[in-house]
Each structure stands twice: as structure tokens, then as C-alpha cells.
Design a protein. Structure first.
Length: 226
């Protein structure tokens, strides 16, 4: 196959597998067997191997020689590391959005928040998660900074791939919606400092909850004598 044809095919395969990981059709920790994927997607193994290599670079899969590819799993330590970076990225995105976003663009943020509220009662976890991702991705887009926008995989990884580790609950969603509203208000008001502070605090609240979960898990472990 000519190289001009191969690249779009690899991109298409990568996109399909990525979306299936995000939607948990391929859950965290599951093995992606090349022979099965090849038959399922109707492609040869050569572009499939390249697609898996690209997904490994994105941090979505781990490829082990002789064993194949596996969707990453997110233990609490890994999730904390990812959210520490997100606190910086989300804060910067909100600051830049407050400096650059037009009033009509902020309506997309309001719409995402409305979708979040609709998913709380009755509680639809998957719907809330998707609208939450939409909200944060939109802020990244409004930043107008291509390097910030390119952090979208980090956002989706923490919010979707690692979701089973930090299960979203209605009460935490209600808190998040309040914080999302405050962030949006600051962006609309053109207040970069407030937007960054609120966005960072929003992620740092999640970090604090994760650390609390880790401490609780450690405290519940039985003490063994050596």
C-alpha cells in the first residue's frame, strides 16, 4: 500500500480504538489482541501495530513485547499525577479563555453546564461524564493556545479512562457544577486571575478527595507482623 494511503488508514484505526477506550468498550486493563482487532476492524496487522504504537505514545495503552497491548489502568498514584498536571493546564486554559473568549463562545460552556444538570436528576453517570469532558475541552479550545488544546488526551484519560478508579457520585457532580458555573462567570467577565484560581481550585478539590481516598484505603489495610 502506498504511504499516502497508509497514513490516513492508521489515523482512522487509531481514532476508532481511541474512542472505544474512551467509551469503555475496551475497559481499563483489558487486552487488545491484534488478531481479534484485525478481524473486528477488517484491517491488516501492519497499520494496526502502528495505531497501537501511536496510542501508546498518548498513554492510552501499554505494549509489552510478546504479550500484546493493554489498555492502561489508573491506580490512585497514577491518577494523582495526572490531576496534578491538569491543575496547571486547566488553570492556564481558563486564564487564556478569560482573556480571549467572545461572549457568544461562552454560551457553549453554559450549554455544557445545562447538560450536566440534566444528567444529575435522574442520575446518568455516563451523560454527566461526557458533558463534563465537553465543558473542559471547550475551555481548552477557547484558550486559543495549541499546546493547551493538545492536552485533550490528558483530560479524557482522567475523566473517562480512569473513571472506574474515582467513581463519580451525584453529590460530587452537584459540587462540580457549582464550580463550573463560577469558572464560566469569571471567563465571561473577562477576569483571568479569577478564572485561573477557580479552575485550579476545582481540580485541586478532586486531588484532595483522591488523597483522602488513598489514606482511607491505607488505613483499612490489615497490619501484618514480620
Amino acid at each position: 500500500m502506498p504511504s499516502s494511503k497508509r497514513v490516513p488508514l492508521v489515523d482512522e484505526i487509531t481514532s476508532v480504538i481511541r474512542e472505544r477506550i474512551y467509551t469503555q468498550r475496551y475497559p481499563a486493563g483489558s487486552w487488545l489482541r491484534q488478531e481479534q482487532l484485525s478481524a473486528e476492524l477488517g484491517v491488516s496487522r501492519t497499520p494496526l501495530r502502528e495505531a497501537l504504537r501511536l496510542l501508546e505514545q498518548e498513554g492510552l495503552v501499554q505494549v509489552t513485547a510478546g504479550q500484546g497491548a493493554r489498555v492502561v489502568t489508573g491506580d490512585l498514584g497514577t491518577l494523582l499525577d495526572a490531576y496534578e498536571l491538569r491543575a496547571v493546564v486547566d488553570g492556564l486554559a481558563a486564564r487564556l479563555a478569560a482573556e480571549r473568549a467572545q461572549r457568544e463562545q461562552v454560551r457553549h460552556l453554559r450549554r455544557a453546564i445545562d447538560d450536566q444538570r440534566a444528567a444529575v436528576d435522574p442520575w446518568v453517570p455516563r451523560g454527566y461524564t461526557q458533558s463534563n469532558v465537553d465543558f473542559h475541552e471547550q475551555i481548552a479550545y477557547l484558550s486559543g493556545n495549541e499546546f493547551v488544546i493538545n492536552q485533550a488526551p490528558l483530560l479524557r484519560m482522567t475523566a473517562q479512562v480512569f473513571t472506574p478508579v474515582a467513581l463519580v457520585r451525584p453529590e460530587s457532580a452537584v459540587r462540580a457544577i457549582r464550580e463550573h458555573t463560577a469558572i464560566t462567570d469569571a471567563i465571561e467577565a473577562g477576569d483571568p486571575a479569577a478564572a485561573e484560581r477557580l479552575a485550579r481550585a476545582h481540580i485541586e478539590a478532586t486531588i484532595a478527595q483522591l488523597k483522602q481516598n488513598r489514606s482511607a484505603a491505607q488505613a483499612s489495610q490489615p497490619v501484618t507482623e514480620e
